[in-house]
Design a protein around this ligand. Structure first.
Ligand code: NAD
Length: 485
């Protein structure tokens, strides 16, 4: 990729008048210029998508669309190294993570929704009529039209394709607004779409920011039928307001303050390893990450000690080195926010078991946004560390005595995205999983995803579900056709 990241409109790169900087967070300096979309660029993308919906794309059968999605997946695989380089440059995440999660999952999303499309049927209902002839109802699914896809920076390609793949599978055209922090892979995907033979205008990318920029312009555009959004809960609320005048369909995957519950009967090795992963993967910048761990009192001390040992073993370093296990935070602003919580913890008397400050930068990465993996104890349930989403490499560990108490405290949150339950008691696993107020529960594992299952949060963690057939519920409009026989 060149030093200029362009928008992608109507099957081609599009240069715009205004530019902003793409910062590599491991280095803390700009590495590319990005074309910011103004109102006319967003409109050009929406109009290209509208035209595509009237062109050959509209007439492509489900089987043809599935084949195209599979070719897009093959195209990502073929350009894996370029995607990896771009994603690592934008996010600073270690190659050991991006090469097994971000980029392969980007391709897998297209294959999963292509497979879903190939196996989906349509429903029919026969209806009795007084004259005895009856009627046949066919339920067909039609695309919504132009879908706006607004994405965050933490898993840029993965979360974008999680939405783009089902949107295209259902026959829509999309305008994607990637995060301003991570613009590169969305534009690269445009090139892949073009070579895979996806019709011009079906996949468009507009770069820019939220309020007063490409994000808000897309939400307010009268010709956009639906917005699928992943990001912060407060942004989700702002988008709902902006989408209301044009009555858009909305899907919102929002923030979390996810609990893990570790019972004394758990396999402690597995629970410690699982909680280390769920706390520190992607520097804690995954909506599903664990930020509060409730541990049954009899194993609490041992658990905290072993979790701290594991935290100290995280290796901060060159994102391109396979030995690196933890990258920087995404931006200076985000590092300030996370370190603000680190300071607040100290100021309010939390016990810092390990970490608690900015980290020494690895050699050669002085300007980057490095912070220490951090574990706290010694705070009450109402503390900000227990209630507010921090989105960094940190967690608070709290002791509990019995199951009902653990569930009640895990549920004492404005958020309800996911929960990890660690126990070897099968009945307890079932009981607690159902009692926990979250859209996803993992038992003795974390972030194990089957793309056919529903994904989404309760309370302030989201509105709606995507994944498998639930994605088609969002991206397609059912129509009933009643035929008198
Ligand atoms: P963010 O809400 O700041 O930004 C997300 C996207 O929305 C960006 O592209 C941004 O430019 C755009 N945006 C901002 N304001 C907008 C507006 N008013 N109108 C339209 N677009 C607007 O979120 P972020 O900081 O990029 O991502 C981190 C957040 O995302 C965390 O809260 C995390 O929990 C959440 N997240 C949730 C999930 C999930 O599936 N539930 C997954 C990943 C991240």
């Amino acid at each position: 990729m060149t030093d200029l990241v362009r928008c992608f409109v109507d099957g081609k790169p599009r240069e715009t008048a205004r530019r902003f900087a793409d910062v590599n967070p491991a280095l803390g300096r700009a590495v590319k210029d990005v074309c910011e979309a103004a109102a006319e660029d967003v409109d050009a993308a929406v109009q290209a998508a509208k035209r595509a919906m009237k062109g050959p794309w509209r007439r492509r059968s489900a089987v043809e669309r599935a084949a195209l999605l599979e070719r897009v997946a093959d195209g990502i695989d073929a350009r894996r190294d370029e995607f990896l380089r771009a994603e690592i440059e934008d996010t600073g995440k270690p190659v050991g993570l991006a090469s097994v999660v971000d980029i392969p999952r980007g391709a897998a999303n297209f294959r999963a929704f292509a497979a879903q499309l190939r196996t989906m049927g349509e429903e029919t209902y026969t209806t009795a009529t007084d004259d005895g002839r009856g009627a046949l109802n066919l339920v067909v699914h039609e695309p919504l039209g132009v879908v706006g896809v607004i994405c965050p920076w933490n898993l840029p390609l993965l979360l974008m394709t999680w939405k783009v793949a089902p949107a295209l599978a259902a026959g829509n055209a999309v305008v994607v607004k990637p995060s301003e922090e991570t613009p590169q892979t969305a534009t690269l995907l445009g090139e892949v779409m073009k070579s895979a033979g996806v019709d011009d205008g079906v996949y468009n990318v507009v770069h820019g920011f939220g309020v007063g920029s490409a994000g808000q312009l897309l939400v307010q555009h009268p010709d956009v039928a639906a917005i699928t959004f992943t990001g912060e809960s407060k942004t989700g609320a702002a988008i709902m307001k902006d989408a209301a005048p044009t009555l858009k369909r909305l899907s919102s995957e929002l923030g979390g303050k996810n609990a893990a519950i570790v019972f004394a009967d758990a396999d402690l090795d597995a629970a410690v390893a699982g909680c280390l992963r769920s706390t520190f993967l992607n520097t804690g910048q995954i909506c599903l990450c664990t930020e509060r761990i409730y541990v049954q009192r009899s194993v609490y001390a041992a658990f905290v000690e072993r979790l701290a040992e594991g935290a100290k073993r995280r290796v901060l370093g060159d994102p391109q080195a396979t030995s690196t296990t933890m990258g920087p935070l995404i931006s200076e602003t985000h590092a300030k926010k996370v370190l603000g919580y680190y300071d607040r913890a100290q100021a309010t008397g939390a016990t810092v078991v390990t970490g608690g400050t900015a980290a020494a930068a690895p050699p050669g990465f002085d300007g980057g946004y490095w912070v220490e993996p951090t574990i706290w104890t010694g705070v009450g349930d109402g503390h900000a560390l227990v209630q507010e989403e921090i989105f960094g490499p940190c967690t608070v560990v709290l002791p509990f005595d019995d199951e009902d108490e653990a569930v009640a405290r895990a549920n004492d949150s404005d958020y309800g995205l996911c929960c990890a339950v660690w126990t070897q008691d099968l009945s307890r696993a079932h009981r607690v999983s159902r009692a926990v107020d979250a859209g996803l529960v993992w038992v003795n594992t974390w972030y194990l995803r089957d793309l056919r299952t529903p994904f989404g949060g309760k309370k302030r963690s989201g509105v709606g579900r995507e994944g498998g057939r639930w994605s088609f519920d969002f991206y397609a409009e059912p129509k009933n056709i009643c035929i008198k026989l």
